[in-house]
Design a protein around this ligand. Sequence first.
Ligand code: URA
Length: 431
Amino acid sequence: MHIVDLIAKKRDGFELTQKEIKYLIENYTKGLIPDYQMSAFLMATYFQKMNDEEATYLALAMRDSGDTIDLSSIPGVKVDKHSTGGVGDKVTLILGPLLASLGVKFAKMSGRGLGHTGGTIDKLESIPGYQVELSVENFIKQVNQIGIAIVGQSGDVAPADKKLYALRDVTATVDVIPLIASSIMSKKLASGADAIVLDVKVGHGAFMKTEEEAVKLAELMVSIGRLAGKKMTAILTGMDEPLGHKIGNGLEVYEAIETLLGRGPEDLVHVTVEIGAHLLIDSGLEKDFEQAKKRLHEALNNGKAYQKFLELVTAQGGDVKALEKKETLLSPHTVEVICEQDGYVTDINALDIGKAAMRLGAGREKKEDDVLFDVGIDLHKKIGHAVKKGDVLATLYVQKQGIDEAKQLILHAISIGSVKKDLPLIRKTIK
Ligand code: URA
């Protein structure tokens, strides 16, 4: 087999076999195929795309390029969820303890944030003492003991994807649905869960700007997962505005705690319960979707989910006492963003809100950057809310950096008009 022939085959619009894709990925990972040839292959793929089988073979080859986590020593169905990245998306922090409180095994490896969306691991690290690094052995032990562990990616999971993604990033080939689907799924398949719900975000704060693109991505990821033997569901959720009110690491933990205590914002509870209901059914612990949702709401309202969260934090070395005074998660320095006109909030550009949080120090522009845990945005007004000139649109929790820039970004992000608008949050479910 020769790489030049494979590049030409893809360039001319032909389908690659599993053997050919495996060859490509194995040799690229080993450094035997240089970046310039892989770049040509990626660009050919950008124009000619890949069919579902090729994308599945690519996901499997990238999964097999590194460590795969074997969760078979945990009895029962192990579940996982993935979000394609949203602003204010703290669903994992709530969903994990919520499901575990009902007996579901939640074994999750999460990532750090990059760009305008935050990462679960950064959020958890805002809890003093919380250890995100566990050996695979201890990860499994903890799930067996308390039903849940949320850790950073351990070992060398899908190194081919890491290398390929870095190359896509600098060759303008990130934006290709089969490449995105196989990249995400290679990591999901390596992390060992039996049932996965994908939350595919759509809107201007998301990777996928249109519903049509989001459906394509969702269907392909579901198909890849299913071909690899997983129970799969994808939901399409709107990212026309941030999820919940709080954006920033400690702020999102704060809002997650409020939600676990039954006081969460409606949109955040809605998405969390919807994903949870699918996973409760996939776990075999419930048959009826409406009944599943009812049980999840009950666990949020009766303190069970919050108790499980405290167990999780304790098991991973976090300071539960610090959470009792959860104001300490927030910077004591605040600045208000004031509304300049009367009307209704008609749009909140989530991308700009994410960027504003990043300017305050909550996110990182480069992988090596540090994040500040106690800065961020509390967005008081959301789409459909009536506002008056002089109202506080948002409170910024700040340190020294980025305050004016963040204020401008937020004012620019929030559109105010005369017509009240309500957008559906969950757009589609793909099974
Ligand atoms: N996230 C991933 O993990 N991979 C992509 O290609 C795009 C988003």
